[in-house]
Write a protein that binds this ligand. Structure first.
Ligand code: UT7
Length: 330
């Protein structure tokens, strides 16, 4: 049997502070009823403390992962961080996480594919394991979305939250692990979801700050339509390719952007709601952390040999699906 990368543990972290819909309703013109009906989010966690960033949440998730899997920092040979909210433009947040955790002289860098970052990074990590060159890899997805959300813009403010989740990848020849990935992009979609300033085209200036261009810009309805069709299409393609039927799929792990997107995706795939991991009500859209946070919350229910499909859609546009045969019982 060929060598595959298998997830052997999950660690997660969300900050303590909970921003409820009721509190949000005192900040912008919105309501718990609108947010629950249109998005399905009840509350989200926010990293409030000044001076803390994405790496600080990632470090907590990675430390929990190391403890749970009985792994020493020095055993990690590659750490890849999926994020759109790096601590700073450079160096990579992955470098900072390694330093804070005590992972010395390993390979580490960031991957940014917006809300699809985690599945892109997981695919990358799996290839390094399959190559045989690396034995233990951490893939961490972490985002402090509150750093780039305009809390005076009601079309964006309710959606996002902060959090981090990490998985350990090791090699297996037992037939389980990351079996396949289908990852796609369409750069023409960049106009509908992006951050206008702060990059090389429009560096930060008084004008960009006055124009509030350092926040998430999203054309919600366009993104919604693309998200449903692309996430569902790529997941159905994966099911067909591997002869997975609606009954033989154990879990869909969708990016948590909007409960209506998740439900529409599941419907198009012909699967039941109880086959879908959903925790958007607790955390909102944590961008790179949604999928590992789901794996963490549902770890008790996952069984060795389960057919699991991860699916995501995000800015870029980026989207994709990963097929996993789950590798352990908790
Ligand atoms: O993770 C990356 C990918 N991102 C996504 O997948 C997000 C995709 N998009 C969405 O999830 C949804 O489009 C949103 C949640 C962003 C918006 O929901 P929507 O159902 O598409 O609402 P809409 O933008 O069509 O707005 C409908 C109405 C408008 O009022 P009028 O013009 O009908 O009077 C908005 O002004 O709802 C209004 N509205 C709100 N009302 C109360 C928009 N935001 C709010 C709000 N509270 N927060």
């Amino acid at each position: 049997m060929s060598k595959k990368a298998v997830i052997t543990g999950v660690g997660t972290y969300v900050p303590e502070y909970i921003l409820t819909n009721d509190e949000l309703s005192t900040m912008v013109d919105t309501s718990d009823e609108w947010i629950m009906t249109r998005i399905g989010i009840k509350e989200r966690h926010i990293l409030k403390e000044k001076g803390l960033g994405t790496s600080d949440m990632a470090v907590k998730a990675v430390n929990e992962l190391l403890k749970k899997t009985n792994t020493k920092p020095e055993e990690i040979e590659f750490l890849v961080c999926a994020t759109v909210t790096p601590d700073m433009q450079f160096p990579a947040t992955a470098n900072i996480i390694c330093d804070k955790v005590g992972i010395k002289e390993a390979l580490s860098y960031d991957v940014n594919a917006a809300c699809s970052s985690f599945i892109y990074a997981l695919d990358l990590g799996s290839k390094y394991i399959e190559s045989g060159k690396y034995k233990k890899i951490i893939v961490v997805g972490a985002d402090k979305m509150s750093a780039i959300v305009d809390y005076t813009d009601r079309s964006v403010a309710p959606i996002f939250g902060d959090g981090a989740g990490a998985v350990l990848l090791e090699a297996t020849e037992e037939g389980s692990g990351i079996i396949d990935s289908i990852l796609r992009t369409d750069g023409a979609g960049r106009h509908h979801l992006h951050q206008k300033a702060g990059g090389s085209v429009k560096p930060a200036s008084h004008e960009t700050i006055d124009a509030r261009e350092h926040f998430v810009y999203q054309e919600g309805q366009t993104v919604f339509k693309w998200a449903v069709s692309k996430m569902a299409d790529v997941s159905v393609e994966m099911m067909k390719k591997h002869k997975i039927t609606a009954e033989s799929l154990d879990w869909l792990v969708p990016h948590q952007a909007n409960n209506r997107i998740i439900e529409a995706t599941a419907k198009r795939m012909g699967i039941r709601k109880d086959q879908v991991m959903i925790n958007i009500q607790k955390y909102g859209n944590t961008t790179s952390a949604t999928i590992p946070l789901c794996l963490g919350d549902y770890e008790d229910k996952l069984k060795k040999g389960d057919n699991v499909i991860l699916a995501a859609f995000g800015g870029g546009f980026t989207w994709g699906s990963i097929y996993i045969k789950w590798g352990y019982n908790k």
